[in-house]
Every structure is written in structure tokens, then in C-alpha cells.
Design a protein around this ligand. Structure first.
Ligand code: UD1
Ligand code: MG
Length: 447
């Protein structure tokens, strides 16, 4: 936990000195620019909170920065600032800097200065709208920054289609000169394939000095962070641009179309990971797996299945086709979830079968249960959600409705189309039938 600077810490009635920020900041530092509205998204929501494979874009960028070794992360917030703060509020290594007016990326970096005080050392600067960044290349950048003794190191990427990015200008010997924004570029400059993905390592306090020199004489009239490297060079500092980033890592999300592209790439990564871990995905294109989900070996995911949220699927399970597993669901080993089945916030015991058209919500289901076609737990009474317990080895008949709170004992049988009404428990080994469900006693001679 980072200590907070306060002015009311008293020692024996005497006011203690205000803690200076520099005494508290652990390096390396990362700064993530996330104050922009993202006008092209046409949204009330902060751009960086739009989701890719179930998680806000900023999640991935924060994780990449952390994974690269950043020990303090300053997130610059502005448009819908409270939403972003709220989302990241429980992360002790994350600090916030407020940019009241979005005057450009250079200005966004500048507002971090009071937060970082006189911290000296490397600052990785990233933008919050690049969810595909991975920690590996960023860690390389931090390492090279150290080794090469550069004041600023730019990670660059070569793109077949550089549209939308700032371009990297080099001299005839290949040395970095400056970055030109697409809007400010000549047709020749626009033809350059090497782009600025906004992944920089700057030495602090050099950057603060360079930012003081940045002006607004560009098409947008903004303070561009992209001007800082050239200013550092005029100040006699070393600046290097290294093409260490892959095209797939640097997709900047500025539109809903970009969001869909980023989702497709992230989804392919997630599925690739689980296939490497021994999961069969029959048709990757029609399958969606949330980045937070985990899946055990030899599980087979059939087409058109949607695994959404924090879901744990065990080993040797079958999921789908057309299954929907929702947040908080746990499937133990050998579970089979079939076509048009939705499972929500439920724990399903080993080898239990829910093969057709069923809904289980807020349910704790034991091992070896068979849930028949179209059986449902009615877990919502219009005001509150309630739980259902189904004991091991039970049979829940086709079309049965369990009105929660409901308890079905071990080895019990709920007949087809029976409605187990609220609070009417089914005992161990008991068979119930009808509406409302009542105990079924075999009459003499009856089968
Ligand atoms: C920026 C770069 C461009 C680079 C591209 C990579 C500049 C001037 N241009 O352009 O060279 O190729 O990123 O994706 O830096 N932001 C703020 N405050 C502001 C403005 C922006 O916090 O006042 C944040 C935004 O929330 C966003 C990031 O900075 O997360 C980048 O801003 P955006 O407007 O998307 O810049 P690009 O046009 O993509
Ligand atoms: Mg952008």
C-alpha cells in the first residue's frame, strides 16, 4: 500500500512535515493516458472502459504495465473520470492524475508531475486505448532504456496499413528525427510504414523539461506528447526509436470498428492459450471465451458457445453446442452442458449432466445429477435472487421447475413437469410429482 501524503499527521501535538511525493514513489513508473473522451466512440462511457473479451481496455494496459515491471501506475483521468477511478479504485499501486481539460497527450503527461513529485527514473508512458499491448516488449523497452542510457526510448511498429498513427521520421542514416501526426503529415510522410504506437520510456525529470517546450502549433492546436522526443534531442539528450512492437500489439481503439477488431485478436489469443493447455475448441470462430475464464484439459467446447465472465470449467467437460456459461459458474470435472443451456452463478458437481434447454441460476448442484430437458430453477421472485440446492445423484425430470429457495435432497427424483414450490424441500431419496409437487407413494401393484 502506498502511503498517502497528508498534512494532518501529528506527532505529540506537533504537525509532521507533509510527505513529499518523491519519498513514496516506487519505480519504474508507468503513466497511462486515459483522459480523452474518444469522440469517435460516440459514448457516454469513458473510452478506456469499453470492453474487450469481457474486460475494460484499461485493465489490459494496467496489467501489461505491471507485467513489464512498473511498480507505480499513474492513470490520467478526465472525461468520465469517476467511472475510471471507480473501476481501478481497489488497486494500491494505481494513482490518479486529473486532466480537467483534454488539451492533448503532452498536457496529459504533464498533469502527472505533481503526483510524481521529484521522482527520478524511468517512466513508461502508454495510452489506455491499446488493449492488445503485452508485457514482454514493454519489459524489453524498460531494459533497453537502462542499458542504452537513453533519455527517451520509443517502441515503434512496422504496419502494412499505418493509417491513423503518428509516423516515425528518420534521417538518411536511419537515426530517429521526430514523430509527425497523420493530420500534420505530407503525402510522402504518410507513406511511411513505421508508426508511433505511443509506447515510450522517458527519463524523469527530463520529460518535464521537454514538455515545457512543447507548443500547440499543429492542426489540432493540442499539446502533443509526440513532440517531446525531438525537443529532448535539441536539449542534447539521447533518443532512440526501436521497432520492437508487433502489429498485433498496437491496435489503437478509436472507433467501435476498432473495438471489434481488438476483440477478435484478443479472442484468438485467449483460445490459442486454452488450446495449448489441452482444450479442444471445435469451431474457434463461433466460440467466445472471456479472458477471466479457466478451462481444464480434455474439455471440448462445441460451436456457438459463450463463456462469459469469471467461469471455471473443469477437465473432461463437454460444453455446447450453443451453451451459455455466465459469471461465477464453476463446472467440476466431467460435467456435460448441452444445447441451449444457460448456467449462471452456479456450481455444478462432477459428472452432472445438463444436456438440453435448461436454466440453472444460483444453484449448488451435487455430483452425478441428471437435469432433464427444459428444467429450470426459478431463482428470481421479482425482487430478490434465491438459491437452489440439488443433492448428489438426483434426477430432475424434464420440464421441472424448482422455485427458489429450494432444496432437493440426495438421490431424490423430481418428476417431469413437477413444480417444487418455494420452501417445500424434497427429502433424500424422495420422489415428488405434480403441481405443486407432492410426495409420490407407489400404490400396491403399481409399477
Ligand atoms: C496518439 C499519438 C499518435 C499515436 C497514437 C497511437 C499524439 C499526439 N498522437 O494519437 O502519434 O500513433 O496515439 O495510438 O500523442 N488523452 C488524454 N488526454 C488528452 C488527449 C488524449 O488523456 O488530452 C489520452 C486518450 O484518452 C487516449 C490516448 O491519450 O487514451 C491517446 O489519445 P488519442 O486521442 O486516441 O490519440 P491518437 O489520435 O490515437
Ligand atoms: Mg488513440
Amino acid at each position: 500500500m502506498l502511503p498517502r501524503a497528508t498534512d494532518d499527521m501529528t506527532t505529540a501535538g506537533r504537525k509532521a512535515p507533509v510527505l513529499r511525493a518523491s519519498t513514496m514513489i516506487n519505480g519504474p513508473v508507468a503513466i497511462i493516458l486515459a483522459a480523452g473522451q474518444g469522440k469517435r466512440m460516440k459514448s457516454e462511457k469513458a473510452k478506456v472502459l469499453h470492453e474487450v473479451c469481457g474486460q475494460p481496455m484499461i485493465r489490459y494496459v494496467v496489467d501489461a504495465a505491471r507485467g513489464a515491471g512498473a511498480r507505480t501506475i499513474v492513470v490520467v483521468v478526465g472525461y468520465a473520470a469517476d467511472q475510471v477511478r471507480d473501476y481501478l479504485r481497489d488497486e494500491p499501486d494505481v494513482l490518479f492524475a486529473e486532466q480537467d481539460q483534454q488539451l492533448g497527450t503532452g498536457h496529459a503527461a504533464k498533469v502527472c508531475r505533481p503526483v510524481l513529485g521529484d521522482y527520478r527514473g524511468p517512466a513508461l508512458i502508454l495510452v489506455g486505448d491499446e488493449p492488445l499491448l503485452r508485457p514482454g516488449p514493454l519489459a524489453d523497452l524498460l531494459r533497453r532504456h537502462q542499458e542504452d542510457g537513453a533519455s527517451c526510448l520509443l517502441g515503434t511498429a512496422m504496419l502494412a496499413d499505418p493509417t491513423g498513427f503518428g509516423r516515425i521520421l528518420r534521417d538518411s542514416a536511419g537515426r530517429f528525427l521526430s514523430i509527425v501526426e497523420e493530420r500534420d503529415a505530407t503525402p510522402e510522410e504518410r507513406a511511411i510504414a513505421e508508426v508511433n504506437p505511443s509506447c515510450y520510456v522517458f527519463d524523469l525529470p527530463d520529460l518535464w523539461e521537454a514538455l515545457d517546450r512543447v507548443g500547440t502549433s499543429n492542426v489540432q492546436g493540442e499539446y502533443y506528447l509526440t513532440d517531446a522526443p525531438a525537443h529532448l534531442m535539441t536539449m542534447g539528450r539521447k533518443v532512440l526509436a526501436l521497432p520492437v512492437l508487433a502489429a498485433d500489439d498496437v491496435l489503437g481503439v478509436n472507433t467501435r470498428q476498432h473495438l471489434a477488431q481488438a476483440t477478435a485478436i484478443m479472442q484468438a489469443r485467449i483460445q490459442d492459450h486454452w488450446m495449448t493447455e489441452g482444450v479442444t475448441i471445435v469451431d474457434p470462430r463461433s466460440t467466445f471465451i472471456d479472458g477471466r475464464a479457466t478451462i481444464g484439459r480434455d474439455t471440448v467446447i462445441y460451436p456457438f458457445s459463450f463463456i462469459n465472465g469469471n467461469v471455471k470449467v473443469g477437465a473432461n467437460c463437454k460444453v455446447g453446442p450453443c451453451a451459455h456459461l455466465r459469471d461465477g459458474t464453476v463446472l467440476d470435472d466431467g460435467v456435460e452442458i448441452g444445447a441451449f443451456v444457460e448456467i449462471n452463478r452456479s456450481h455444478i458437481g462432477a459428472r452432472t449432466l445438463v444436456r438440453h434447454l435448461a436454466y440453472l441460476g444460483d444453484a449448488e448442484v451435487g455430483e452425478g445429477v441428471n437435469v432433464g430437458a427444459t428444467a429450470v430453477t426459478a431463482n428470481f421472485d421479482g425482487k430478490r435472487k434465491h438459491n437452489t440446492h440439488i443433492g448428489p445423484g438426483s434426477l430432475i425430470g424434464a420440464g421441472a421447475v424448482l422455485v427458489a429457495p429450494a432444496n432437493v435432497g440426495q438421490g431424490a427424483v423430481v418428476g417431469a413437469n413437477a413444480v417444487v414450490t418455494k420452501g417445500h424441500d424434497v427429502g433424500d431419496g424422495e420422489t415428488v410429482v405434480g403441481v405443486p409437487a407432492r410426495k409420490y407413494e407407489r400404490r400396491p401393484g403399481q409399477a
